[in-house]
Write a protein that binds this ligand. Sequence first.
Ligand code: SER
Length: 583
Amino acid sequence: MKAKELKKKYLDFFKQHGHKLIPSASLIPVNDSSVLFNTAGMQPLVPFLIGQKHPQGKRLTNVQKCLRTVDFENIGDDTHHTFFQMLGNWSLGDYFKKESITWSFEFLTDKKWLNLPIDKLAFTVYQGDKVVPKDEESAEIWRSLGVSKDRIAYLGKDNFWSAGEKGPCGPSTEIFYWKSKSKAPKVFDANDNNWVEIWNNVFMIYNRKEDETLEPLKQKNVDTGMGYERTLAALTGEQSAYETDLFLPSIKKIEELSKKTYASEKKNMRIIADHLRAAVFLLGDQSGIVPSNVDQGYVLRRLIRKAIRLGKLIEIGGCFTVQIAEIVVKEYKSSYPELHQNYVKILSELEKEEHKFNYTLEQGLKEFDKIAAQSKIISGKEAFLLFQSYGFPLEMTQELAAEKNIKVDAVGFKKEFEHHQELSRVGAEQKFKGGLSDASAETTKLHTATHILNEALRKVLKKDIKQRGSNITAERLRFDFNFDHKLTDEEIKKVETEVNQIIKLKLNIKREEMPLHQALKSGAQAEFGAKYPEKVSVYSIGDYSKEICMGPHVQNTSELGKFKITKEEAVAAGIRRIKAVLE
Ligand code: SER
């Protein structure tokens, strides 16, 4: 089966069961700074899982672009990918376990759909704990569909799913596929790697609070995620998605460039293909980013630089990342038109990064060898020197060191780092672990302030200003927009005054739902390059501002307090960034 066919079948199946197709959200969470990337299809849906009404209704489906950094070390094995696509279907307080499980079973096993043999499937359910009961109900539903009890296992924490430390969560039932060519054993064994998890149905009925206790949600939700890459491998009978049409064109090119075979350099070639695919999707995202030394940009830099280093290792001569990127864009652009729209940016940023890194890589490797020859541990200062002077991300130094069986003083490196106040990787790492969309009173207020600022910039500075990015924490808002020069002190003052005047007018905030074309016709602001579903919600602040937005917002501008701009800077050519607070 071809990759596209699987996607189409999945979406058709759930559309037939009353689900509305929603577009994939950006890889970079919008208005949610608690995580660096969308790691699951449910992440952009958090407000709706906790009770907000979704404009498309209670049954949704999509293919979501996801990126996980926790699996970095596993990349190159059969089943992990940095960037991956998740097929998802959701019930927002509508159907529950019975429908969810029955439909999953039908989709996987029915001749009309995937036609997978029941004998190659196994299922796990939650064994229960002091607070959450054992999930007998799900086990009973699987049994009623003809599943043998040997293929149903009761497990612990693997069957309780949450995206972060707080937010919506619940017990889950996972579906495994026997990937080996040998006959599947009668009894399921969670420790046998031939059983690959392909689908996770989460029954999201709790909200984990700050103090870690669970409170029941207002509604019973279903959140499912099917691994597109893994399922495709299962269906094609391949050992891994790297051997399907998702990766083969890139891998063929890598073979050609390195004059080596995939069979002899499997792991390195897989990592290069994986990392450059992820880099293309990050650069080409609707909220696209560029390589840098902080947050998402740092992850992107790490991915590109590792691919370049491994490219050298397998003796690819000269710059090559662009050649792989061209293939990725060609293969994926029909499903992700943003890659086509951002084609020039993707190629030019890769080229720039590769030139920059190539320039120092060889020297850096020499320096590394020199340091490594002298001791059994690379000090924080030395690792920082490799970073500062030769552009080696800490993780690269650690990988190189591991190959020589020596250690790196990562704590010392971080100290050096903070000392130089260039990057707080500690902060970035906490974000990976962090919770979900923060709908606290502070972020909600800043969100409304962002809408006012967006309009104020147009009123005060220039009519054609558009949002190019937004990020909100409990402490501040951050807003990117197109503008051709650094704001003068006077311009900053004017913007602040405008926003504060609107706040003082005590305007009400109104939410409406309407078709996208009507929203655009009515003059509602939309983010440049963002994809929207056919039906959207629109937030108006009095007659002052109107934007397509998912919310949440305050009820009245009088709740906001005093608006103050704390920073104004450039982020890219023609793009300015404002940071602001409410006092
Ligand atoms: N959120 C769950 C997961 O990522 C199901 O989609 O596995």
